[in-house]
Design a protein around this ligand. Structure first.
Ligand code: MN
Length: 202
């Protein structure tokens, strides 16, 4: 049985950038829904007992109920972890060096990531991934797909270390149609310590 990661902050902790009502509905309804539907969909199949990474790696050969809910389960766990009420500021250490090397500067990286989040048509996610050769790249995926899935182009695959949910359910109550404002506010809550940890451990 897959279980949602516990939030390390309360629903209102990310205000004013992410409002409490959105956080609560997002966690207790949307993410909880993906999680329970994933558990239902894998029950009694060969996928029961596999890790989420193993399921994502073969998402393309699974029924839509597993493909979509496995993505929804994994993506939100990462999303909660890369935000913090103590977030914002800038990355440090080896991650900062690698960002400078691969994007030119932190500002250039932010612009690329924000652009990717703003331009994603319809529902989806923006990602910072660590590729097999250790380099970083910004990508985006539709729906609940992610860069660990076999359905994603090979050159856009890697280990996600930062993500941003751009489904309307992630921002509509507070920002309505103003996705760009939500994307800009995200930078105030990014938990760079966790992103660094993920970079170094992947
Ligand atoms: Mn979501």
């Amino acid at each position: 049985m897959f279980e949602q990661e516990k939030l390390s902050y309360d629903y209102k902790a990310l205000e004013p950038h992410v409002d409490a009502r959105t956080m609560e509905i997002h966690y207790t309804k949307h993410h909880a829904g993906y999680t329970s539907k994933l558990n239902e969909a894998i029950a009694g199949t060969d996928y029961e007992g596999k890790t989420i990474e193993e399921i994502l790696a073969v998402a393309g050969e699974t029924p839509a109920a597993i493909h979509n809910n496995a993505g929804g389960f994994y993506n939100h766990n990462l999303f909660w972890a890369v935000m913090s009420p103590d977030g914002g500021s800038e990355p440090a250490g080896t991650l900062a060096d690698r960002i400078n090397e691969d994007f030119g500067s932190f500002e250039d990286f932010k612009e690329q990531f924000s652009g990717s989040a703003k331009l994603r048509f319809g529902s989806g996610w923006a990602w910072l991934i660590k590729k097999e050769d250790g380099s970083l790249a910004v990508t985006s995926t539709p729906n609940q797909d992610n860069p660990l899935m076999d359905v994603v182009d090979e050159d856009e695959r890697g280990v996600p270390i930062l993500c941003l949910d751009v489904w309307e359910h992630a921002y509509y109550l507070n920002y309505q149609n103003r996705r760009p404002d939500y994307v800009e506010a995200f930078w105030s809550v990014v938990n760079w310590e966790e992103v660094s940890r993920l970079y170094e451990n992947s």
